[in-house]
Every structure is written in C-alpha cells, then in structure tokens.
Design a protein around this ligand. Structure first.
Ligand SMILES: CC(C)(COP(=O)(O)OP(=O)(O)OC[C@H]1O[C@@H](n2cnc3c(N)ncnc32)[C@H](O)[C@@H]1OP(=O)(O)O)[C@@H](O)C(=O)NCCC(=O)NCCS
Length: 191
C-alpha cells in the first residue's frame, strides 16, 4: 500500500487534551491485536485514567508518550518510552508501539518509532532502548531489526497468546551517552 501524504497525520507528544482520543485508540487497538502485552482485560476504559497516564509521562524525564494523530483528530498510532525508575536502571527506556489496523503497512509505525528514537538519542539520561516482542510477531520483529534493534535472547512461554503461550524476544539498541546535565523539556523536532 502507498504511504499517505505527509499532512494525512502528524506525530507529536501526547498532551492532556488527547486523553479522550487516546482512550478510543486503546479501546480499538486492544480489540484488534493480541501482540500487545496489555489487552482489553487490563484496560480501564476511562478518560480520567488516560489523563493521569499522560500526566505521569510529563513528569518523568526519561519517558515520553508520542502519538500519530490523523487530520480528523483520531489517534491512529502510539509509541512510548518508559524509562527505568531506579538509579541503576534509569538509563534504559522500554519501548512500545501500536498502530490501528486500518493504517497498517503505510509507514506510520516506522515513522513513529524513528521520531521517538530520535527523542531518546537526545535524552541525556537514556543509554539504551529495550523492548520485548512476541516470537511469532514477524511484522514487528522486521520493523525493529530495520530500525537497528538487535535480538538479545529468548524468553520461553512468557506471554499468553490466544489459548496458548508464545515466546518473547528481548531486543535492544544502545544510544550514545551524552553525559549532559538533565534537561526537563526535551520535546522538539517532531516533523
Ligand atoms: C507492528 C506495527 C506497529 C507495524 O506498524 P505499521 O505502521 O504497519 O508498519 P510500517 O508500515 O511502518 O512498516 C514498518 C516495517 O515493519 C515491517 N512490517 C510491517 N508490516 C509487516 C508485515 N505484515 N509483514 C512483514 N513485515 C512487516 C516491515 O519491515 C516494514 O518496513 P518496510 O515497509 O520497509 O518493509 C503494527 O503492525 C501493529 O500495530 N501491530 C499490532 C501491535 C504490535 O504488534 N505492536 C508491537 C508489539 S511488540
């Protein structure tokens, strides 16, 4: 499928005003894929909850929540980095990504990831990006490998999938350590 024109959607950090659209996005994507570790079973479908989640990202210097938003305001994709909370792990950011099915294979996932990785490369705390992907999720594994993530092992039977279980593949990407003093607002260069 052809990539959509640049103005079909924008990629930007989530603001508190996105809570309702984010709620609708999660309701949709959790029903469309089993390849996310969170599913409908664990989803608290309330705008207030999403507002709290967005607010928490704003208060963690090594974390970011990035959205792909269509021209009509619908959230069509999400990419997050959750930085470690402990001194000994705060240099590691765990990534997660998802795109609504109607927009698959149109370059949204790759663009979301690439721009979020760029944010991480400028973050003075983060030294490594990490994620876990279902072994059978060939689409995501191909995307991560294309972006420079390297497989780091195999976690056997770590995630439920349908009536059974699947292995998880941990993947990682080192980031250049800039060693700069911590800055609070690192959100820029989104387009
Ligand atoms: C994985 C996911 C985020 C990809 O998003 P997307 O917008 O469809 O991906 P893109 O169109 O940007 O494609 C990026 C790369 O992914 C790979 N890819 C995507 N879909 C693929 C498919 N069906 N088969 C094989 N490779 C695929 C390709 O390497 C592609 O690069 P290319 O276009 O240069 O070949 C999306 O399929 C999704 O949300 N899936 C459900 C949730 C999920 O699996 N999240 C990851 C959990 S770890």
């Amino acid at each position: 499928m052809r990539a959509p024109p640049d103005d079909a959607y924008s990629i930007r950090p989530a603001g508190l005003a996105d809570a309702e659209a984010l709620c609708a996005f999660k309701r949709q994507i959790f029903g469309e894929t089993e390849f996310l570790l969170q599913g409908l079973e664990d989803f608290d479908d309330q705008v207030e909850v999403e507002r709290d989640i967005i607010g928490r990202f704003h208060h963690q210097s090594n974390s970011v929540l990035v959205l792909a938003v269509a021209a009509d305001g619908q959230v069509i994709g999400l990419c997050s980095i959750v930085g470690g909370h402990l001194w000994r792990t705060r240099h590691v950011g765990t990534m997660s990504v998802g795109v609504v099915r109607a927009w698959w294979r149109r370059g949204v996932g790759k663009r979301l990831m690439a721009q979020t990785i760029r944010w991480a490369q400028e973050n003075p705390l983060l030294e490594k990006l990490a994620l876990q992907v279902h072994a059978t999720n060939t689409a995501a594994r191909a995307m991560y490998a294309g972006l420079g993530f390297v497989e780091e092992g195999l976690l056997r039977g770590e995630a439920k999938l349908g009536a059974g279980v699947d292995d998880l593949v941990p993947m990682g990407m080192p980031l250049p350590h800039r060693g700069e003093p911590m800055r609070h607002a690192l959100v820029r260069n989104w387009d």
